[in-house]
Design a protein around this ligand. Structure first.
Ligand SMILES: [Fe+2]
Ligand SMILES: [Fe+2]
Length: 193
């Protein structure tokens, strides 16, 4: 039997692929700093902006919808993954600390290389762990318990937001970011030969 992910979950999964790619590029920038090389602040700031804005505005709201539907279908499973959904706030705090560290470096304020790298890696590790836990538990439970009607409700809400004025244009800006990420991946590959 053909197996397809519901639209909303397909989109979230594609987002996760993009986040992982962004985190890999970010990781290489942080490694460069750790090795006393100069980072590319356009890349750092671009990725920080993407990983700060896009999940909060376009990714987490869809996860919230799915979580609310899971609560209705299986309170037990929802309770099991409530901590994963609460991680959004913790990951956002770590993102903020990383962004502050970048601003401090740009402002020539005092911050040790080690402290900078630790702050950056805290965020990267927390985001990666969050994505892994969502895919391993939360998404699996949603697939197991949500009904076709639940998915249709979530998908039609998603379609409605896509038709809101300006929403599509804003999404296009983030799609452009994915082109930048692809170019940075290419540059990293060439640099490591
Ligand atoms: Fe999430
Ligand atoms: Fe997610």
């Amino acid at each position: 039997m053909p197996y397809a992910l519901p639209d909303a979950l397909g989109r979230l999964s594609l987002d996760h692929v993009a986040f992982r790619r962004a985190l890999n590029v970010l990781d290489r920038q942080v490694n460069a700093i750790a090795q006393f090389k100069a980072p590319d602040f356009d890349i750092l700031n671009g990725l920080l902006r993407y990983l700060g804005e896009y999940p909060a505005n376009y990714h987490h709201p869809v996860e919230d919808e799915i979580y609310n539907a899971l609560k209705m279908r299986s309170a037990e499973r929802a309770f099991e993954v409530v901590q994963i959904e609460r991680e959004h706030g913790e990951v956002a705090d770590k993102h903020e600390r990383f962004a502050e560290a970048v601003s401090r470096v740009l402002a020539d304020a005092e911050i040790s290389r080690q402290a900078f790298c630790q702050t950056a890696r805290d965020f990267i590790a927390a985001e990666r762990r969050h994505i892994r836990r969502e895919e391993g538990l939360f998404f699996s439970y949603a697939l197991e318990h949500l009904t076709p009607e639940d998915w249709e409700k979530i998908d039609s809400k998603l379609r409605r937001s896509l038709s809101q004025p300006g929403y599509g244009d804003r999404l296009k800006q983030y799609a452009k970011m994915l082109d930048d990420i692809a170019a940075w991946e290419q540059a990293d590959l060439q640099a490591t030969g």
